[in-house]
Design a protein around this ligand. Structure first.
Ligand code: TXA
Ligand code: MG
Length: 320
């Protein structure tokens, strides 16, 4: 861990670090974020590893300008209005990914949507400008800890990690951003935060629903499933593929691997970080081959293995 005051020089150094796939904690007006290059699955996997999260929640991609947001996602008229009313600021919009959206599958947790925020904090803005790439950043706390509003909080949580912390003082808002699903014509607030529901309603001139968590049915317009699930059945902890199955390997391949209709490896060398980086793209690719099942090799539970197993278990249950 390396903590530095926010200066033009440290911001440039941090930008370079981000471009090289490293982690940088930086202030926004809501809370400190733990950032990595959103276009690199490998860099994004390092965020989950450092946070010690037992699951892969989709992350917010931060960009400096509306034009940048429009390169990542399609903004309908509701999204446009919200963007013009509240960006830059403590609002995140969940939007359909553009066709050539460069944000990694892991940052979006395999979803066809991407969460975007344009922060107002001058240090965050200077950093995003200097990097020139979207930066994925969850709140900079380890799993189970509260969101950090001062650089000291971040330093306490990541003392042993390879993280550069840019100290920009205390965060003004102190609450995370309000997350709004703006994929359809009827916006839904997914998480209340720095912007009040009344202000969202005022900007749109309609009343807006607040989603009630994971159990919320995806039936209502504008509400997409919050997790990716493949259409093909999964067979977990499989020692080898059976005839006609697709095979998702990890580590050394079993002899029967060639029987598979299609096969990919999460990590030939058995590296869980690499496996996490490849997980969603591999599931998507194997889902396309229309096998009757995707057999998945056992994945160890250490480090990011826990989150990988959690994700696979949910996908296998068909519970997205
Ligand atoms: O204020 C904030 O939002 C801070 C700063 C650093 O920007 N970030 C933050 O990130 O709080 P995090 O990862 O702790 O929370 C992101 C929220 C989660 O509730 C996640 O489920 C939701 O955004 N989210 C992200 N992408 C999504 C998507 N594609 N669909 C639905 N929800 C999404
Ligand atoms: Mg958080």
């Amino acid at each position: 861990m390396k903590r530095v005051p926010a200066t033009p020089a440290t911001i440039l150094e941090a930008a370079q670090r981000l471009r090289e796939g490293g982690l940088v904690a930086f202030p926004t007006e809501t809370v400190y974020g733990l950032g990595a290059d959103a276009t690199s699955s490998r860099a994004v996997a390092a965020i989950y590893a450092a946070k010690g999260r037992p699951s892969f929640n989709p992350l917010i991609s931060h960009v400096p300008h509306l034009e940048d947001a429009k390169r990542l996602a399609r903004l309908g008229h509701v999204a446009e209005r919200l963007a013009r009313a509240f960006w830059p600021g403590p609002m995140t919009l969940v939007l359909p990914r553009s066709v050539d959206c460069p944000v990694s599958d892991l940052a979006c947790a395999g979803l066809p949507t991407v969460a975007i925020r344009i922060p107002a904090h001058p240090v965050a803005r200077a950093l995003l400008e200097a990097v020139g790439r979207p930066i994925a950043a969850p709140s900079a706390n380890t799993s189970g800890h509260v969101s950090p509003t001062q650089a000291t909080h971040v330093a306490d949580d990541f003392a042993a990690d390879d993280v550069m912390i840019i100290d920009g003082g205390a965060c003004d808002v102190g609450l995370e951003s309000t997350v709004i699903d703006a994929t359809g014509d009827v916006p839904v607030i997914l998480r209340l935060g720095g912007i009040a529901r009344a202000d969202v309603e005022g900007a749109l001139g309609i009343s807006v629903r607040v989603a009630t968590g994971e159990a919320d049915t995806p039936a209502s317009p504008g509400m997409l499933a919050r997790h990716y699930a493949p259409r093909t059945a999964l067979r977990l902890e499989a020692p080898a593929p059976e005839d006609g199955e697709a095979w998702l390997g990890f580590g050394p391949e079993p002899e029967e691997a060639h029987l598979a209709r299609a096969r990919l490896s999460l990590s030939a060398t058995g590296d869980v970080l690499e496996a996490a980086a490849n997980l969603f793209a591999a599931l998507r690719a194997l889902d396309e081959v229309q096998a009757h099942a995707i057999a998945v090799a056992p994945i160890p539970r250490h480090g990011l293995g826990e989150a990988i197993n959690d994700r696979l278990r949910r996908a296998a249950l068909g519970r997205s």
